[in-house]
Write a protein that binds this ligand. Structure first.
Ligand code: PFF
Length: 448
């Protein structure tokens, strides 16, 4: 049977950008910037994104497109059947863990989107009402399980349709809508009286906050935001035509991801400051502070609808990419039909996600390695396994694969001269800079 593939350059690009742009951009990036020195952090983040993460992104792209296989088979076949296949297997399993807890947060966005439809935030004058609303929701087993189920089901229903007709079509329609919504909210947010202090918070550089921890936070965020180390980019790349230019596609994805993060910062922070609030980190910002802000601002009921629709869309275009990694594996390595693979994976992620969802309620006392179930899975996958996956990926490309093969894939057989000229620099970044930087930043983040 012919392997499915993306139907167009734009389709491939929006699907990759869709994977990259997600909850990480809309809520994690803005508060990390605020906490870690504003523009100073942004400078570190941009440097990390382009010097370390872009070479890793390209490495994943090369692995996927060269092999035209799922992540496990890509590592196996490109290494001539060696033990590297276990790294491939790891990159198939990790996104499933992320998907499981991501789906819990995706479920919260569905619930809040529905709340916004009935203008539930308007007219509530006390900030604490929103904390109670959120705590009541997440701690109630039925509502959070229902929301998680709905989100995971939506993800599965898009993926089951396939690459071109499911993932690509959804991303092509939704990504432009997402972009205009976030941009529109950003412009509106800037017009609010008092917005200036939010802009200040985001962009005033404070270099005194740049320490080892800030570097670690920037790198971790850049990995997560670009979906690196999870097998996702590799899998999507395996559906990209051999005619496409890996460099331009990768740079375009990284730039869109960065742009979305910055615009999200401008959409959120000025509005928060305009109402005299402090941005909190974590779920509190999006699910408590923002609803309060929407309740206060002129036409906030509509802004809330747009915001939660955007949050849901951003989460979905990312979650489908996580699911596809394992679907491709089961279809190609276990001869399952796409439907059966989706069904099995839905069941697996539903169970892990349900445990995560319940860890805010009935299972809140259960601790694994000193953390709640949700935090345990989040930390394990997004901090440890993601970093390990990215490190092993660059080592694989830089030290295991043949340089001539990488050159061949990156330059489309030598035909893209701009890429040929850049190859020396890229090779140096992949072979030396990226691995050393990942280890250094990871270790110093642990110590510092
Ligand atoms: N990049 C996504 C975000 O910023 O929310 C998260 C993500 C997507 C992580 C896909 C991992 C992944 F495989």
């Amino acid at each position: 049977m012919k392997r499915d593939s993306f139907g167009s350059r734009f389709g491939a690009l929006v699907a990759m950008a869709g994977s990259a742009v997600g909850l990480g951009n809309l809520w994690r990036f803005p508060y990390l910037v605020g906490e870690n020195g504003g523009a100073a952090f942004i400078i570190v983040y941009i440097a990390m994104s382009f010097l370390i993460c872009l070479p890793i992104f390209i490495s994943e792209f090369v692995i996927g497109r060269r092999s035209q296989k799922n992540a496990y088979a890509a590592f196996r076949d490109l290494s001539g059947g060696s033990a590297w296949r276990w790294v491939g297997l790891m990159t198939v399993i990790v996104p499933l863990i992320v998907l499981s807890y991501y789906s819990v947060i995706g479920g919260w966005s569905i619930d809040y989107m529905l709340k916004s439809f009935s203008f539930s935030f308007t007219g509530e004058s006390s900030r604490s009402t929103f904390s109670t609303m959120f705590t009541d929701f997440v701690s109630s087993p039925w509502s959070s399980l229902a929301a998680h189920t709905a989100f995971l089901l939506a993800t599965t229903l898009i993926v089951v349709v396939g690459i071109k007709d499911g993932i690509e079509r959804f991303s092509k329609v939704m990504m432009p809508i997402l972009f205009f919504i976030v941009l529109g909210i950003a412009v509106y947010s800037l017009t609010l009286p008092g917005a200036g202090s939010g802009v200040d918070y985001l962009f005033r550089p404070d270099f005194s906050k740049i320490d080892a921890k800030a570097f670690a936070a920037a790198l971790g965020q850049a990995f997560f935001s670009l979906s690196l180390g999870f097998g996702t980019i590799m899998t999507y790349a395996s559906y990209v035509s051999k005619k496409e230019n890996i460099m331009t596609q990768s740079v375009a994805t990284a730039v869109s991801d960065l742009m979305f993060a910055m615009i999200a910062g401008v959409a959120i922070m000025p509005a928060v400051f305009a109402f005299g609030l402090d941005p909190q980190s974590g779920p509190g910002l999006v699910f408590e502070t923002l609803p309060y802000v929407f309740g206060q601002m002129p036409a906030g009921g509509f802004v809330a609808i747009l915001f939660f629709v955007a949050l849901l869309v951003a989460a979905l275009t990312s979650s489908i990419s996580m699911l596809e990694v394992a679907v491709a594996f089961l279809v190609e390595e276990r001869n399952m039909s796409r439907k059966a693979a989706c069904f099995v994976l839905f069941a697996v992620c539903w169970v892990i996600g349900a445990l995560c969802a319940l860890s805010f309620g009935p299972l809140s006392d259960v601790q694994i390695a000193g953390r709640s179930i949700f935090d345990f899975f989040d930390n394990l996958s997004s901090n440890i396994l993601m970093t390990l996956g990215s490190l092993l990926t660059v080592l694989f490309v830089g030290w295991r694969l043949k340089k001539t093969d990488i050159y061949d894939e990156f330059t489309n057989g030598g035909s893209i001269s701009a890429n040929a000229k850049m190859f020396g620099v890229l090779w140096f970044l992949i072979r030396y800079v990226a691995p050393v930087a990942i280890i250094a930043v990871f270790v110093s983040g642990l110590i510092g």
